[in-house]
Design a protein around this ligand. Sequence first.
Ligand SMILES: Cc1ncc(COP(=O)(O)O)c(C=O)c1O
Length: 386
Amino acid sequence: MDHDTTPALRRSTLGIHAGEGPREPGTPVVPPLVQSATFFWGDPADGELRYSRYLNNPNHLALAKKLAALEGTEAALALASGMAAMSMALLAHVEAGSHIVASRYLYGATQGLLSGELPRRGVTTTFVDPFQPGAWEAAIRPETRVLLMETPTNPSLRILDPRPLAALARSRGLVLVSDCTFASPTNFRGAAHGIDIVVQSATKYLGGHSDLIAGTVAGSKAHVDRIIQVARLYGPALDPHAAFLLDRGIRTLDVRMERHNRSALELARWFQGQAGVSRVIHPGLPDHPDHALASEILEGFGGMLSVVLEGGGEAADRFLSRLRVAMAAPSLGGVETLVSQPRHTSHAGLSVAEREAQGIPDGFVRISVGLEDVEDLKSDFASALG
Ligand SMILES: Cc1ncc(COP(=O)(O)O)c(C=O)c1O
């Protein structure tokens, strides 16, 4: 089933059927894993040369169609990790001497890529406060090529409005790239709001079971073709087995997101009534600074939730060590509830002051709410709070 010919299908149906081949007698219901590095090819009359590093293994191609259908874009591509997706999306659109304007609220490794690695290739970045009116425009230079944002932000769960940035990017001939991992394509269709290249760490909600590492990019055919060109040279191809698992995960994305969204909001309200908790951060709460925007542009508030504990870092360490159902571990988006402290994980490279400037004081705990019974999670969190 080619999504181009079935645009009327809805997202949960596309998550299951988009990318399917023709139905003939004996067609397997599950797209088979094609664990082959290379494919028979005699001469140019045999068409495009297939090789799994070229990202044209049958599992890659079916997955690309499904991802494009879910993101509502012309094209998409799955790569070996979220960071592979981000670095290929950027490297495809910059050259030595180029400049990037990026939100200050970014996943730690993306920040590291921009501030530690790309400068070695002659690509510099200006980080801006994305909520300061005019900051993006003021940072643009003649050599700027890319505007880069992340929404919702990790781990402060701020929601950025891509629409004014998309207008700015269009008027200056720039590419707007956004990491939308925390939302997944179920909760936020970035392309419909003007993002040129949507990046996801598919390790998280798309895969959904914490058993694979993958990343995706989605956008126009021209943008994705350029990323394919670069990725074939750098080589971060997704292994066919991980592509197979990712497709399996995506089949249940919509139904998982419904439960993630519901449980996280319920737990956010519950944490608000608990002693020892000084702040609860979730875009579905009316006191969240971006609640109105989130209600307008998201289709679900998400499965991520952050709390700040009154006792600071020590209280957070104690809280994590007492958990019996939820598990202390980095990462997110799986069926199991994972809890982490950004000061020890994604934001360990920043100083206390830098973290505080991003709204991450010591005592900040990030919770990826899984699919367990929400009452069991409440009991677990209650005893961990002590
Ligand atoms: C928001 C966000 N973007 C990107 C990444 C990187 O993804 P991966 O680990 O699949 O490379 C992560 C990983 O935690 C993330 O949280």
